[in-house]
Design a binder for this molecule. Structure first.
Ligand SMILES: [Zn+2]
Length: 490
């Protein structure tokens, strides 16, 4: 498939994200006094009310809702896309035959390769229309995936995230102190801090985490009043290690820790909980937006939100995993994306089946164990000043890698790295400069890059592609700290 041109609809989210931080800061002072749920818009408010209501539905109500949603999605796919019409016909399936959830199993599964190969034939509407965004995700393996999705999905997704956070005390009016992939320039005081008034977020630069910066971040965090700390699991662990090593107490105005977009490692979690002495809360999601799962008030296992998408856990033979303790692949059929229906999509993520409901909170949601594997080990780059730049933070959603099928960093000296790319088309000088500039920008200029065109990306013994091949001892450790594609909500 030829790479698509980047396409982004003029949704409110996109406009806000594209606005320079300096402008947002100006708007921020005006917006600061307006309740967040109004700033986030009607779609968000309606979604949040729905998610909170559906959260406690009995099992039969959930089944009914899912059957209805799947039925609509199957009809859309069959009637509007040539890909699904062909593959449904091949197995003798017609959407009218769909009567109960189990009927879905007669359909074949798809994966990332399917979408890459057949994207044009999988679109239910023309992607050139309004309200369509193109998502371009690096994925932690460095294999790029591009597809289209409804421009309005972020409000819906954010409602699910917020509903999850509210289980552990978060409220919309509360600020967050954030160490994630947001690019943050220095302000007049030389502090890498920026306030996003819509999301009430104090963002600090995750690309600049040497001791002096961390000390200033912590000092600033302490000034914002009761708040939640929102971070990548690896960033939260970095901050906890910094506090621990310097015998510093965490700011006592932080009420809880919200960690997502990467695998959570038990030892990191234990360290962060011990240093901060407060609840650590995480969730699982992915760029394709088919399955979203969150912890509950009492348990750190992941509860699958049943109204977000339809979740299956399948073994290697494609049979549902129903035995507690058994592992399977997360397979999702999304309810949100009506531009490109994803039906029975194998995510490449693996989780352990726990139960079909949570005995601690009583929700009738499928429960999987918090340790989701499959896309870990994407690694980190080390800047000249010692900052670890998690590859989750690097995740590029612009057109930097548009003409590239895969990429990988090779590093042996802090502050420098070789960027290997496998081109999709022949790259001219301008293309090469564009790739280098985009990657350098995403790394905030913290790593000097040189470009190398290669035929193939180096793989590990287990056949996995790592984003970073590093000979730096500590970076090898960071490999274990895992990056996973970020939920594209900030
Ligand atoms: Zn629960």
């Amino acid at each position: 498939m030829m790479k698509k041109q980047m396409k982004t609809a003029f949704s409110r989210k996109n406009l806000w994200e594209k606005m320079p931080n300096s402008l947002k800061r100006g708007v921020g002072t005006v917006l600061g006094t307006i309740p967040s749920q109004y700033l986030l818009g009607g779609k968000f408010r309606r979604s949040l009310a729905f998610v909170q209501q559906a959260d406690r539905w009995p099992a039969d109500r959930i089944r009914e809702y899912q059957t209805d949603q799947l039925s609509q999605m199957l009809r859309l796919a069959y009637e509007k896309t040539s890909y699904y019409r062909r593959t449904f016909d091949e197995v003798g399936f017609h959407p009218q035959d769909f009567k109960q959830l189990e009927d879905l199993r007669t359909l074949p599964t798809i994966n990332k390769d399917t979408v890459q190969t057949h994207l044009d034939d999988m679109c239910a509407v023309s992607p050139d229309g309004g309200d369509v965004d193109m998502v371009s995700t690096g994925g932690s393996s460095g294999q790029t995936l591009q597809f289209y999705i409804n421009a309005g999905r972020s409000a819906v997704e954010y409602a699910y995230l917020v509903a999850g956070w509210m289980r552990v005390g978060y409220r919309l009016h509360m600020p967050q102190v954030v160490l994630r992939g947001v690019e943050v320039e220095e302000n007049r005081q030389g502090l890498r801090h920026f306030y996003d008034a819509v999301l009430r977020r104090h963002c600090y630069s995750n690309f600049h985490t040497n001791d002096e910066n961390m000390r200033r971040y912590v000092e600033h965090m302490a000034t914002v009043g009761p708040c939640y700390f929102h971070a990548y699991p690896s960033s939260a662990a970095t901050l906890a290690r910094f506090l621990d090593a310097n015998d510093m107490r965490p700011p006592d105005n932080i009420r809880g820790i919200l960690c997502g977009s990467e695998n959570v490692h038990a030892d990191d979690r234990a360290l962060v909980e011990q240093v901060f002495g407060i609840r650590y809360y995480s969730w699982y999601g992915h760029s394709e937006k088919l399955v979203l799962a969150s912890e509950c008030e009492h348990s750190s296992d992941y509860h699958i939100h049943p109204t977000y998408g339809f979740f299956e856990l399948l073994d290697d033979d494609g049979h549902p995993v129903t035995e507690p303790g058994k592992e399977g692949e997360i397979v999702g059929t999304g309810f949100i994306n009506t531009i490109v229906p994803f039906i029975r999509y194998r995510t490449g993520d693996y989780a352990t089946h726990v139960a079909d409901h949570c005995s601690a909170c009583g929700r009738h949601h499928p429960i999987i164990s918090g340790r989701v594997t499959g896309r870990q080990s994407s690694g980190a780059l080390v800047a000249a000043d010692g900052t670890y730049i998690s590859m989750t933070a690097f995740n590029v959603h612009d057109d930097t890698f548009e003409k590239v099928v895969g990429y990988q960093f090779h590093q042996s000296v802090p502050g420098r790295a070789e960027l290997h790319v496998v081109p999709a088309v022949s790259l001219n000088e301008a293309d090469r400069a564009h790739i280098l500039a985009g990657a350098t920008r995403r790394l905030q200029g913290q790593v000097d890059l040189t470009l190398k065109i290669v035929d193939e990306i180096a793989k590990t013994g287990r056949g996995k592609q790592l984003r970073v091949i590093s000979t730096l001892a500590n970076a090898a450790e960071m490999d274990l700290e895992a990056g996973r594609p970020e939920l594209q909500v900030r």
